[in-house]
Each structure stands twice: as C-alpha cells, then as structure tokens.
Design a protein around this ligand. Structure first.
Ligand SMILES: Cc1ncc(COP(=O)(O)O)c(C=O)c1O
Length: 362
C-alpha cells in the first residue's frame, strides 16, 4: 500500500525528483561527473549563504556529524544537548574516544546562549556541536543569538546540524560565522535518504589538517582535495546527486524567499489547527520548529490508533513521538514540497480520523 509521509523525515519525494534519479550512470571520475558537481556547487553555496565549499558525502547525516568531531576536536568538544539527536552526539563523541562535555537542557527547551557562553568561558573546549532544529522535540534554537556567542570564542570551531531546518528558513553561514554546517537529503530537501551535505570553513580545514586521526571516509582534507577537482573522495551516490541538481533547480525556480514564506505559512496552518483542537505545542511556541510541529498529546488520544486510521483510510502517516516522547507527543512535518492544498488535505484527514480515535488517557 502506498501512503504519504508527514513524519519529520524521510518525507514524501515528488515524481519529478524520483525521475531525476533514473538516469544512466556516469563514471565518478569522468568529465560528465565533474560538470554535474561543478554545476550544483554554486547553487549549494548560495543556499548555504557561504563562499566555503559544500562537500557531498554518501552517508546519512550521522556520518558527517561523527566525522566533523573526528576531524576537528583535538582538546574537548562541548555538546549542546536538548533532545534525542543532540544527546546522541555526545554519546558518539565519547564512543570515538574524544573528551566531551555535556551542556544539557530539558527536552523541549532551546540551547541557551548565556549558558553556552558561561561554559565556553572555562576555556576547556576547542569545538562545539549543536542542533539548530531538534527534530525529536520540534524545538528550534535561536541560531543568530548562539552564533553571536560563538564569535566571542574564536578558538572554538562550531559544528551546527541543520538537518531538519536547512532550506526552511534563512541560515546565513558566512554572516553568522559558523564553521561547519551539516544537512541531509531526506528532510526539507525532499529527496530520498543517503546523501549528506557539509560546508566547511577555511579555519576548520586548517584545524583538520593538524588532526592526525581523521580516518579516511569522512576526512575533510580528502573532501577538499577532491572538491578542487570537482569530485568526491570515493564513489558517490550519483542518483541522489542527479536528484539534488533537479531539486536545486526547483528551489531556484520557486525563489528561496518564497520557499521560506511557504514553509512558515504551512507550519502556522498546522500549528493553528492543533492549538484550536486543544493540543499544546510541546516546546514554548516561540521556540517551536518551523519545519514541523511537535504537539503534546494533551488530549490523550491513542496515537497508534490515530495513525492506523490515517494510513488505512487517508493514505498518510504522521509521527507518534520520538524515543521517550513516544505516545506523549506527535509530530507533523511541513517540509519539502507541501502546499496549501496538501496541508489542507492533511488537516481534513486528521479531523476525520480523530472522530473515531479512542482516548487512552482519561
Ligand atoms: C536534527 C537531526 N540530526 C541528525 C539526524 C540523523 O540523521 P540521519 O539518520 O540521516 O543520519 C536526524 C534524523 O532525524 C535529525 O533529525
């Protein structure tokens, strides 16, 4: 049975994007590949708002999230933790044997710039990781305010995960002075999973060059050397790069500002629907994500039953809560190619399905 994904990644992929993938293979050392790589590079740099290169990694985002720490942390990394993915980054750093500090916030709280400043002032750290949009809780931190703090500590390299916010709202890499920005293909770019994008600053490359144990597959220096030739270090996922080219053309045709406005409008439509029904947003509304809405299940619905009806009768699925929030929250994505019409259809389906959904909590 086919159904449409309104979970916060992977999300629905258009026929056009799928068709773009179905093209004959080319050699990854051929002039055709170099032309493909070089055609998309300026579009990517424009979307990242950076003059830095944007590398294409054949992996999910975690590959480069782990790789960035491996490349850049010599002394100690500070992991800002406010949800499932940012918490795990600390675990990943420790598993690699890196010294790692934990700056913890309650799930549903954003990263607090003042707390970050206090911790960095200890001088213990040479790297920071943070997640702009914690998908697990639908919480978006104030990146410009955080970036302003990070600029006070020029010895600290910043690694920012924009996996579920990239292309949803403006993220001005160079203006903010962020060293490394990471995203993945299966979220707002509305492509299948398997490709991660990472833009790396010059000073981050200089740090990486001094790191003796960068490994190979995610070595930023290898990425840079190959980038200069219009290539990737190893055989990349060429079908996804075809899809990326097609998607970047779509974004250009829509206009980035129009795209951002569309995401905001659709996000507010879903938020208004949920709040009118009596659900509370899980984070404080001013920190609510713009690519998804995470609602607290304040009305006590049986979310598994809700999703069963949505899937069987309306051919779509939402998310019933991530990790320790399973059953307690539900998440609805407005990323990618959604329109006023498709969001209106989703809302109508939710309204209809809720009528027959039992409540598990009195
Ligand atoms: C904010 C964020 N970071 C990282 C990841 C991990 O991405 P992947 O599973 O593609 O490696 C996710 C996945 O949902 C995410 O939402």
């Amino acid at each position: 049975m086919s159904y449409k994904l309104f979970i916060p990644g992977p999300i629905a992929v258009s026929e056009k994007t799928l068709r773009a993938m179905a093209q004959p293979m080319i050699g990854h050392r051929s002039t055709d590949f170099v032309a493909l790589y070089q055609a998309i590079q300026p579009k990517l740099q424009s979307l990242f708002a950076t003059k830095d290169p944007v590398y294409l990694s054949t992996s999910s985002a975690w590959g480069v999230m782990e790789g960035a720490v491996r490349n850049l942390t010599r002394k100690k990394v500070l992991n800002c933790m406010n949800g499932a993915f940012s918490d795990k980054w600390n675990d990943v750093a420790l598993r690699m044997g890196r010294a790692a500090g934990a700056l913890k916030f309650e799930w549903g709280q954003p990263v607090d710039p003042d707390a970050l400043r206090r911790e960095l002032s200890t001088g213990a750290y040479d790297t920071v990781t943070l997640i702009h949009n914690e998908t697990s809780t639908g919480t978006m931190s104030d990146l410009p305010a955080i970036a302003a703090v990070l600029r006070e500590f020029p010895e600290v390299i910043s690694i920012v995960d924009t996996v579920s916010s990239f292309s949803v709202l403006p993220i001005e890499k160079d203006a903010l002075g962020i060293d490394v920005i990471i995203t993945g293909s299966q979220k707002a770019l509305a492509m299948p999973p398997g490709l991660a994008l990472v833009s790396v600053s010059k000073r981050a490359l200089e740090r990486a060059a001094q790191s003796p144990d960068r490994g190979y597959y995610f070595d930023f220096i290898e990425f840079q050397k190959n980038h200069e030739q219009g290539m990737t270090p190893s055989t990349p996922v060429i079908p996804l790069i075809y899809a990326l080219k097609s998607k970047l053309e779509d974004i250009e045709a829509e206009g980035v500002a129009t795209r951002h406005a569309r995401h905001l409008r659709l996000n507010e439509a879903v938020r208004a629907w949920g709040q009118a029904k009596g659900f509370k947003l899980f984070p404080e509304p001013r920190y609510g994500s713009r690519s998804l809405n995470c609602f607290a299940n304040t009305l006590g619905y049986d979310l598994a039953a809700l999703n069963k009806t949505l899937k069987s009768k309306h051919h779509l699925v939402i998310d019933g809560g991530y990790g320790k929030l399973k059953g307690k929250t539900f998440r609805i994505s407005n990323m990618g190619d959604e329109t006023d019409d498709t969001i209106a259809q989703l809302i109508a389906a939710l309204d209809s399905a809720l009528v027959t959904t039992p409540k598990v909590v009195a």
